[in-house]
Design a binder for this molecule. Structure first.
Ligand code: AMP
Length: 217
């Protein structure tokens, strides 16, 4: 069983890379952002607690985040392992996580801020089935409509220039320094996140010593 964390600024492709890894290798993708978005969309009590903070691009309180992650991992549906995406994002979260779980590797997706701005501001999401698109690299076949379910695409409420600036600032101030913590344990694998998704996935498999990626399967 393998336990990984994927780190990188928003828009570095964490979600896409985690999905490719998990679908092909039967692992579970645990995205804290996706879990929160589900709660917001479904108007749960937790959704009401996190909605405003998320829309502003700020970080949700540690206690709430830790409880959400603990509850998710306690389901133990990850026989072949998991990839945690979007967590930990600060020192307190990292300490909580390292106390509880033995992490085999941290995948660090490296990408310049200008490329992040370009990608994030052209990102679109299907609020119905969760499929995401990018108007530069991965356009929907019909403008503004989901290829899978035909629903109208939307912009994530936190993909505005203001919210993106807040997230970039938080990432550089709070999240990036965690890499040093993980580097001391010699579990960080740096991967260039600027090539195509398939190329990035192949590089990840390579550094982690996992079976090769088979594009299109
Ligand atoms: P993401 O999809 O990872 O960009 O997460 C979307 C939003 O969810 C973030 O901007 C935060 O508001 C919230 N969030 C996700 N993960 C965390 C975390 N580990 N700590 C605090 N807030 C988080």
């Amino acid at each position: 069983m393998r336990k990984y964390v994927i780190m990188g600024v928003q828009g570095s492709g964490k979600g896409t890379q985690s999905e490719l890894l998990c679908t092909e290798l039967d692992m579970v993708h645990i995205s804290v952002g996706d879990m929160f978005r589900w709660h917001v969309q479904n108007h749960t009590k937790l959704g009401a607690q996190v909605r405003r903070v998320m829309a502003a691009g700020e970080l949700v309180g540690d206690d709430l985040v830790q409880a959400t992650v603990r509850e998710r991992l306690d389901q133990h549906d990850w026989n072949y392992g998991f990839v945690v995406d979007g967590f930990p994002r600060n020192r307190r979260q990292a300490e909580f996580f390292m106390e509880k779980y033995d992490i085999d590797g941290v995948i660090h997706l490296e990408i310049p801020d200008e490329e992040v701005r370009r990608r994030v501001l052209s990102r679109r999401l299907c609020p119905n089935c969760g499929m995401d698109y990018n108007l530069i690299a991965d356009r929907p076949r019909e403008r503004g409509r989901c290829d899978i379910c035909g629903h109208e695409l939307v912009t994530r409420p936190d993909d505005t220039p203001e919210a993106l600036n807040a997230r970039l600032r938080d990432y550089h101030e709070k999240t990036r320094p965690l890499l040093e913590l993980f580097r001391r344990k010699e579990i960080v694998h740096d991967v260039d996140a600027t090539p195509s998704p398939d190329q990035v996935q192949s590089a990840i498999r390579d550094v982690l010593g996992l079976p090769p990626h088979k594009p299109g399967e």
